[in-house]
Design a protein around this ligand. Structure first.
Ligand code: LIP
Length: 283
């Protein structure tokens, strides 16, 4: 009987091949001048035919190879598929993280594929086919960018940090109009703490892999989904980073929020200064 390790080698190999094919699909679409756009839950929640086709390519390819595996995917969920997270090997897929960037032809986009087994994240692939940056990690085996090992920075102080955060405009729908005050005052406190800069790349996974490779020191966001963070969380942890709930508790990819940092000290400092938002967990 195949060992767990060799089974997972096979999972990784198949997923990587499919992500590369999906990358060609995204790249071809990106090279055309525009995409037809539809909205989902709100006018800031966008989807294109490419998002849908990439998710079909990945889920079909993986389920042909591994018929007993389960799937959680952004566009399947948008089409009404219930999010069910069980002990079965489960692929968590965001066909294009950064759809608004994709629609506006801003090259900060990526395909995200994560795998959980018995509810534990085991591997993550984040691929930007425009810049050709491929991030991969498997639990216990380190994190890599285009085959080279990556590590987080050693930054422990906010005053030496470049961080990513976002206004999270879409949260006004779920959290009400007071969201904007909360979000702006969180940003204000970060500025007052003396951060070197605040970035917002429009893709949770790109923000997270930027922390993983040491370009950014921390990242916090509210109102995300498991497909935005699952794959990148493995990469960040394997790069030596900290992934927690913004309140300081344990990270739960179903809780719709995340705080990432290069060090525990920085994570604690950032977490302690934020006014938090709560969500109904998904799944
Ligand atoms: C997007 C995120 C982005 C976040 C958006 C959205 P999508 O994912 O990665 O950072 O601010 O709310 O969730 O919809 O482009 O896959």
């Amino acid at each position: 009987m195949a060992t767990m390790a060799s089974e997972e080698d096979k999972y990784f190999e198949v997923a990587l091949g499919l992500v590369k094919s999906a990358g060609r699909m995204v790249r071809d679409a990106f090279d055309r001048p525009f995409s037809e756009v539809q909205t989902k839950a709100s006018n800031t929640d966008l989807v294109t035919e490419t998002d849908q086709n990439v998710e079909i390519l990945l889920t079909r390819g993986l389920s042909d190879a591994f018929p007993d595996h389960q799937f959680i995917g952004e566009e399947s969920a948008a089409a009404g598929k219930k999010i069910e997270f069980t002990d079965a090997p489960t692929w968590i897929i965001d066909p294009i993280d950064g759809t608004t960037n994709f629609v506006h032809r801003i090259p900060m986009i990526c395909i995200c594929v994560g795998l959980a087994v018995k509810k534990e994240l085991r591997m993550g692939i984040v691929y930007n086919p425009i810049t050709n940056e491929l991030y991969t990690a498997r639990t216990g085996q380190g994190a890599f960018k285009n085959g080279f090992r990556i590590y987080v920075s050693k930054t422990e102080e906010l005053s030496k940090s470049v961080i990513a955060s976002t206004l999270g405009i879409h949260n006004i729908v779920s959290q009400g109009p007071s969201w904007l005050d909360k979000s702006l005052s969180n940003a204000r406190r970060q500025v007052e703490a003396g951060v070197r800069g605040i970035r917002s790349f429009g893709s949770a996974a790109i923000n997270m892999v930027c922390v993983a490779q040491g370009s950014l020191d921390a990242y916090v966001e509210y109102g995300l989904h498991c497909w935005d963070v699952a794959a990148a969380a493995v990469i960040l942890k394997e790069a030596g980073g900290v992934v927690i709930d913004p309140t300081g508790g344990e990270f739960n990819m179903m809780s719709r929020k995340v705080l990432c940092a290069s060090t525990k000290e920085l994570a604690t400092q950032l977490s302690g200064m934020l006014t938090h938002a709560n969500y109904e967990p998904e799944g």
